[in-house]
Design a binder for this molecule. Structure first.
Ligand code: KIV
Ligand code: NA
Length: 264
């Protein structure tokens, strides 16, 4: 298997190959996804929700995310590992963004960073790119702005389409190597995908983007409660894991585990 780096994603767009990206937050899951041939792993700030149990991505810090990046990089020798810069670590300007991204590179070992926002953070994207740090953009619904956006809502509808197109172009012109589009109408996402030279990665953005991304716990059925409309569950790992834990507890209680074959 070949190693994936940013220029391969451009190649895949040129060749019309669609690709899947998944989140990962630790060594063990990263190994599984890397073995499965997933070319891009994202240490998302969705770790706020699925690792740390926060309600939104707003509280999670670089100090909480960087150790997760280290584990994923060790578990994924082939995949491109992208790390999210968390809320509060890049908004103040290019200098702050650079200082934060440098930490994710030097301490975490990430290959690229992702930052939320379009036109408003183009200067940050340009500064990182100029320093040799590949940047993935993220436009449309940006969870770190959930309060400003008034909730989990589809972006780019009606008059919003012009702003979304402007954001996509700004991100590309600032030097990003790819851009995530979250919760935007499928037709608009397709239109932007054809307009941009860099690959687009959709989540709740229909079927015409170059790549797709899901949070792995959503993809595998490990998140509880109602999931978003854009999620397909490809497995029911939660039920299976619970079954294993119950069986283990039962076998310990009844004295059937450990057996002679597990004993010294
Ligand atoms: O944090 C995250 O998991 C993300 C993806 C879902 C795009 O930003
Ligand atoms: Na994120």
């Amino acid at each position: 298997r070949r190693i994936t780096r940013v220029h391969h994603l451009a190649q895949m767009k040129a060749e019309g190959h669609k690709w899947a990206m998944l989140t990962a937050y630790d060594y063990s899951s990263a190994r599984v996804f890397d073995d499965a041939g997933i070319p891009v792993l994202l240490v998302g700030d969705s770790a706020a929700n699925v690792v740390y149990g926060y309600d939104t991505t707003i509280p999670v810090t670089s100090d909480e995310l960087i150790p997760l990046v280290r584990g994923v990089v060790r578990g994924a020798p082939h995949a491109l590992v992208v790390a999210d810069l968390p809320f509060g670590s890049y908004e103040a300007g290019p200098q702050q963004a650079l200082a934060s991204a440098v930490r994710f590179f030097k301490e975490g070992g990430a290959h690229a960073v992702k930052i939320e926002g379009g036109e408003r953070i183009a200067d940050q994207i340009a500064a990182l790119t100029a320093s040799g740090i590949p940047v993935m953009g993220h436009i449309g619904f940006t969870p770190q702005s959930v309060n400003g956006l008034g909730g989990f809502r589809v972006q780019g509808r009606g008059d919003g389409s012009d702003q979304l197109i402007a954001d996509a172009i700004a991100v590309q012109e600032a030097g990003a190597f790819a851009v995530v589009m979250e919760m935007v109408p499928a037709d608009l996402a397709g239109q932007i995908t054809r307009k941009l030279t860099i690959p687009t990665v959709g989540i709740g953005a229909g079927n015409e983007t170059d790549g797709q991304v899901l949070v792995w716990q959503d993809m595998a059925g490990l998140t509880s409660g109602k999931t978003a409309k854009f999620v397909r569950r490809f497995a029911d790992v939660g039920t299976e894991l619970r079954r294993a834990a119950e069986q283990y507890a039962r076998d310990v209680a009844t004295g059937t585990f450990p057996g002679p074959e597990h004993s010294y």
